[in-house]
Design a protein around this ligand. Structure first.
Ligand code: 5GP
Ligand code: ZN
Length: 115
């Protein structure tokens, strides 16, 4: 059993505001939002980061994007747009070592994609 904060959220050992869930993927509101909509979309399988994605994860990772699409419609940001960010490793600023996709929107975002 993984001693990982997001695995604990998946197991419902830590409460979170879940906006989507199926057998493979869960999405919940970020506890420290940077925009009106800030949702984390994660695979239930513990994959540490982008560099740990394996060929057998290809379908799962692809499905994350169809889930993002569904959530964007559910949250009503599909028309105005949004940003998907995946931080990886130390230089990428990844704090939680469980692959996660930030879905950010609900306002006009800055034009800089990195600093
Ligand atoms: P990273 O910097 O790893 O790309 O993003 C981790 C994100 O997870 C941060 O935006 C942070 O606010 C969020 N986060 C960390 N711990 C928790 C938690 O316990 N619950 C929720 N909902 N979000 C968390
Ligand atoms: Zn995990």
């Amino acid at each position: 059993m993984e001693d990982c904060i997001f695995c604990k959220i998946i197991r419902k050992e830590i409460p979170s505001s879940i906006v989507y869930e199926d057998e493979e993927i869960i999405a919940f509101k970020d506890v420290n939002p940077v925009a009106p909509i800030h949702i984390l979309v994660i695979p239930k399988r513990h994959i540490e980061s982008v560099v740990e994605i394996k060929e057998e994860d290809e379908l799962l990772v692809g499905k994350i994007y169809t889930v993002i699409n569904k959530i964007a419609k559910q949250e009503n940001i599909d028309k105005n747009g949004f940003r998907v960010i995946v931080n990886c490793g130390k230089d990428g600023g990844q704090e939680v070592k469980h692959l996660h996709f930030h879905l950010i929107g609900g306002k006009k975002l800055g034009t800089k994609i990195c600093e």
